[in-house]
Design a protein around this ligand. Structure first.
Ligand SMILES: C[S@@+](CC[C@H](N)C(=O)[O-])C[C@H]1O[C@@H](n2cnc3c(N)ncnc32)[C@H](O)[C@@H]1O
Length: 283
């Protein structure tokens, strides 16, 4: 990507995050239900200890970090960050609801982390780096602010063939010209870091050692096709916004195609779709 393309991408990505933050907040519990195995993996691998300072990047509504905040106790703290002020405000509301007090909330771009070198003990980032214009820069910044021996635990989405939940409607929207076909990696996007080799190489180039990756399975359960489309519209970034903007006729076409594609995932209570997150840890 050229510098100009990166800047344009960052601007668009920021606008998408701001637009989608209210529905992310509304869907928080459902997002957590799906993502819980990923959150559990990240916290297990991060191994936060009492008194640690943990930084969460691209925190969204903040749930992954809040668990770390509890683990580090009153003598530790969580720095919960996102470049979207609306996401951060949603995180702040959730933190207050959970009565978690050892949290600093900061609007922060993960590609330019406004912290001192070696100032944090651990970094968490769930479903963030792959959406960044320059994940290599963000990872170098992450390594810079981590103390020696401090860990990064991250998750990104795995390969498209393992993630039909997003793909089913994504393919239809592309085929009907409602969204541009996704650019292949290294262009940023939901699958930009799906390759374990690429993710490992990005971490190692940023100075991380002892890098390990693992695929973590998740499961998306929806009662019917309308709820499926509604979840996508509420949570899935550019695809979601495209879905929201469809005319009734276009929406009916996409709905019919989605219903057909979902049929192979039918259960007694609706649909259950598998998903794979690629998780990584390094020091
Ligand atoms: C898919 S959401 C994930 C949110 C949360 N981590 C979770 O797992 O629920 C991606 C988040 O990344 C944030 N984001 C994207 N690019 C960013 C950047 N360069 N710096 C900080 N946050 C960024 C968005 O604002 C959004 O909240």
């Amino acid at each position: 990507m050229t510098t100009g393309t990166m800047a344009a991408f960052r601007g668009a990505s920021y606008e998408i995050a701001e637009a989608i933050a209210p529905s992310w907040e509304r869907r928080r519990a459902q997002i957590e239900e799906v993502s819980r195995p990923v959150r559990d993996w990240l916290l297990r691998e991060l191994q936060p200890r009492e008194g640690d300072t943990v930084l969460e990047l691209a925190a969204g509504v903040g749930e992954t970090g809040f668990e770390a905040a509890t683990l580090v106790g009153a003598s530790g703290r969580l720095i919960s960050t996102d470049f979207s002020p609306s996401m951060l405000e949603a995180a702040r509301r959730r933190g207050a609801e959970l009565q978690i007090e050892n949290v600093d909330y900061r609007v922060m771009d993960a590609e330019r982390i406004a912290l001192e070198d070696g100032s944090v003990d651990g970094v968490l980032c769930r479903f963030g780096y792959m959406l960044m214009a320059d994940p290599a820069a963000a990872l170098a910044e992450t390594r810079r602010v981590l103390r020696a021996g401090g860990r990064l635990a991250l998750a990104v989405w795995g390969l498209p063939m393992h993630n039909p939940f997003f793909g089913i409607v994504g393919v239809s929207l592309v085929q009907h010209g409602h969204v541009a076909p996704p650019e292949p990696p290294p262009a940023p996007g939901i699958y930009a870091m799906a390759s374990a080799e690429r993710t490992r190489a990005l971490l190692e180039s940023a100075g991380f050692v002892d890098v390990r990756t693992e695929e973590v399975a998740v499961s998306f359960v929806v009662p019917d096709v309308d709820e499926y489309l509604s979840v996508i519209a509420d949570t899935a970034g550019p695809i979601g916004l495209a879905l929201r903007g469809l005319s009734d006729a276009d929406r009916a076409t996409i709905r019919l195609e989605a219903e057909d594609s979902l049929s192979r995932f039918a259960t007694a209570n609706g649909y259950e779709l598998p998903g794979i997150a690629l998780c990584a840890v390094g020091m």
